[in-house]
Design a binder for this molecule. Structure first.
Ligand SMILES: Nc1ncnc2c1ncn2[C@@H]1O[C@H](COP(=O)(O)OP(=O)(O)OP(=O)(O)O)[C@@H](O)[C@H]1O
Length: 267
């Protein structure tokens, strides 16, 4: 375990069987470190294995190879009873907020649940905390009584973030958490995540296919290509740091797009 790492992955791999029954490696030899309070970007094209890695870290799927350490403890194989403890410290925010909710649960129930289950709070107290969380993400208290289908994607994602923050985690995994939302709402959600980070100083793994966004908000960026981490960009001069041809192509496409947008603005 590297000193001061909150999460360390060592040689993580994952293989699935394809339709012919052959094994296919979708994540291969991933070595990654996240330190307390750091925002780490994981960038790569669709299908390169980003979500699989997020699911491995979140214990939603088991790695086929390698080891994971959280705050120095080996968490590669966690038993059910230890998972609960893990989820008190590690929270996930996924792409489509609707997938996170049960259709029969009100927002109040959803927000109060961790206080009742994790902290054994009396119901009344848990609901008071839930209401405070809604305020924290700038939603009105009447949302407490709403069902998921009565709210917009942006409002639901705020509520997912509110619940995650209520647990006061030390690590958040955000898997394309804005890509299902309108562009105008995406910015609000990113700002909300950063307001929360300023208050709670959690570490985060921010998974996106948008390298320009990652460059803006992350301390370091890992580039994933065909299941492997092929580059780690740590400075603000990421163009100079890029070694792998895929990273260079990715960065060039952003620059080309920026130039194009500037040209359109000028003409
Ligand atoms: N349960 C599964 N069984 C078989 N193959 C799978 C399974 N889950 C994912 N895969 C395959 O693993 C590869 C990586 O998928 P993954 O969802 O991790 O990629 P991704 O980088 O997150 O893509 P996207 O950005 O489109 O979500 C893909 O080829 C996918 O088809």
């Amino acid at each position: 375990m590297k000193e001061n790492a909150i999460l360390e992955l060592k040689g993580i791999g994952k293989q699935y069987r394809d339709h012919k029954g052959d094994y296919v490696k979708v994540v291969e030899d991933v070595n990654l470190i996240i330190k307390p309070g750091e925002c780490i970007g994981l960038v790569g094209e669709s299908g390169c294995g980003k979500s699989t890695l997020a699911r491995i870290i979140s214990h939603l799927t088991q790695a086929s190879e390698g080891a994971m350490f959280f705050k120095g403890e080996d968490i590669t194989h966690l038993q059910r009873k230890n998972l609960k403890q893990y989820y008190k410290q590690v929270q996930m925010i996924f792409q489509n907020p609707l997938d996170t909710f049960s259709s029969r649960m009100t927002m109040g129930q959803y927000l109060a649940e961790p206080f009742i289950n994790f902290q054994r709070m009396p119901k009344r107290e848990a609901y008071a905390h839930a209401k405070a969380l809604l305020q924290m993400v700038n939603l009105e208290s009447h949302c407490m009584k709403k069902y998921p289908n009565e709210l917009s994607g942006g409002q639901l994602q705020r509520i997912v973030i509110a619940r995650a923050m209520g647990i006061k985690p030390s690590l958040i995994i955000c898997d394309e958490c804005t890509s299902a939302l309108d562009v105008s709402i995406q910015k609000d959600i990113i700002e909300l995540l950063f307001d929360m980070k300023a208050q709670q100083n959690y570490a985060s793994l921010f998974i996106t296919h948008d390298i320009a966004l990652a460059e803006n908000i992350c301390d370091r960026i890992y580039i994933m290509y065909e299941g492997k981490l092929v580059d780690m960009l740590a400075s603000k001069n990421i163009m100079a740091e890029a070694k792998h041809p895929y990273t260079k192509t990715l960065l060039n496409s952003v620059l080309t797009l920026n130039n194009y947008t500037q040209k359109v603005k000028v003409s």
